[in-house]
Design a protein around this ligand. Sequence first.
Ligand SMILES: NC(=O)c1ccc[n+]([C@@H]2O[C@H](COP(=O)([O-])OP(=O)(O)OC[C@H]3O[C@@H](n4cnc5c(N)ncnc54)[C@H](O)[C@@H]3O)[C@@H](O)[C@H]2O)c1
Length: 346
Amino acid sequence: MSSKPSALKPPALKPSAVKTAGPERLLRVGVIGAGVMGSNHGRVLAGLAGVRLVGIVDPLAAHRARAAEMIGCRTFETFDELFAAGVDAVTIAAPTHLHCELALACIARGVHVLVEKPIASTVEEGLRIVAAARQAGLTLMVGHVERFNPAVAAIKQAIKGEDILSIAITRVGPFPPRMSNVGVVIDLAVHDIDLIRWFTGSEIIDVQPQLSSAVAEREDIALLQFRTASGVLAHINTNWLTPFKARNVTVATRGKYVMGDLLTRQVAECFGFQPDGSYSMRHLPVGHDEPLRAELIAFVDAVRSGKDPAVSGGEGVASLEIAIKCLEAPSSVAPPMRPAARLIAG
Ligand SMILES: NC(=O)c1ccc[n+]([C@@H]2O[C@H](COP(=O)([O-])OP(=O)(O)OC[C@H]3O[C@@H](n4cnc5c(N)ncnc54)[C@H](O)[C@@H]3O)[C@@H](O)[C@H]2O)c1
């Protein structure tokens, strides 16, 4: 299968910097959705220099009350109330199936947008958001927060200029407390599809997925193999059947073997391979930033400067497109192995 490069590199049309918000004035930011991610967006934005958190909008009174108590910010029941309060930019952390409708409505009001990952439910919707933002000259960034994990940044730095041969990523854990209507590919693997594309700077052109629904209705185990246009082989192992969370990345290059634990944030590399099989190993320095904070700072900087955002809408679409290909590949989903073999916690 080959992917269309168009999603990654839309014709360049630079977003304009916020005209009403130079460095001297606070950027007014609103959050859409007061669930798990939206509350975190609100918490981080409330503490960012140069930003005024205008408030969080959510139709659920209980979620608004929780956010107001946790963050001490204004909350709004409707989208229109948030806009009436005045915003330059928003972050969208509502359920994925609403991303397109909400992002288009924000863009139509001339507001810059950061939309949580995945950018939308379908490639077509994602492309509509990208086109609308481009047409309006507004910043559109996608919340692929793992790029801002300091361990990921250390791995990216370690493989800079290296000839990458293969990448293996493990992202496993228990069932989420609340099951949404997506499986592990859209919920979890899309993070790693984005990392593979980002590490290699190349598009995924071949997809070989193996999926299974062992317990849940949607796939809860996925073993995904890829080949990039640059010839890198990559593998993602993800599931909701592991009793503990693990997020590990290994990258083999001609000169190095880099290993990172994205949870403990330990990154090490093996290098100096000798004909007798010996080699050297060292731990690499890793920063301490909160990934979401770094992501939102990058968004605010892109809005203020009008420069390309760290994760463009086109990149969000390209990663979504690969995830959907994994789901649509013929015979990629095996029949349930053992129905109701295990109880789902939560
Ligand atoms: N980057 C990450 O690591 C990460 C992690 C978790 C979730 N996410 C993404 O964040 C988004 C939200 O996920 P979540 O886990 O926070 O979900 P959630 O269910 O906890 O929260 C969603 C919230 O949106 C609210 N909502 C529904 N309709 C709305 C509307 N029209 N306007 C405003 N709010 C509305 C809901 O009431 C709820 O409070 C999803 O797209 C998900 O994929 C990203």
